[in-house]
Design a protein around this ligand. Sequence first.
Ligand SMILES: [Zn+2]
Length: 185
Amino acid sequence: MLFLKNKKEKGFSLLELLIVIGIIAIITTIALPLYFRALEDAKRTTQWNNINAFIKQIELFSIKSGRFPTPQEFQNIIKSSQNFSEIPLCPYNGKNYTFTSSLSSFRTLMQNDNFNNAHILYYESTAKSYTIFYYPPKFYIGNKVSKRFHYPWCWTLPEPRNQVLLKTREEAIEKGYIPCGNCKP
Ligand SMILES: [Zn+2]
């Protein structure tokens, strides 16, 4: 009698256990992916805001000087605390932004590990134009013929008439495009 009484007070019934397991299952299948998705979206937004802050400085420079900054001058722009209330840090790895003007080394860096290299930008310029690439890209490029999709900096992009602009990776996959084996988007 005493044994039964103790069991009733201290143990869980099978139904209670099943409810607990069910709640844990709901948390892991619904709430966690949503949480990671929100975290990913926040990083993406911060990255874009940081890049836009750099672009604003590039544009200001061109208004003052009548030409776009050279890579050396761009380096001063992203490193100088005078330009920002706080120097932006990359949200993917917490590192200070840096850049390369070599497209081939940028491509290699992006292929190896996007998150660890997300603070590395590509910047090159002439007096009249500039190009800036960063991770993640603002769009992807699909090939209508091969049905592959690429980073905008891929070296095997289709010719312009076969290009399709894809806003996100998800959109590309939804529309039946396969990631390019070279740039691995
Ligand atoms: Zn590619």
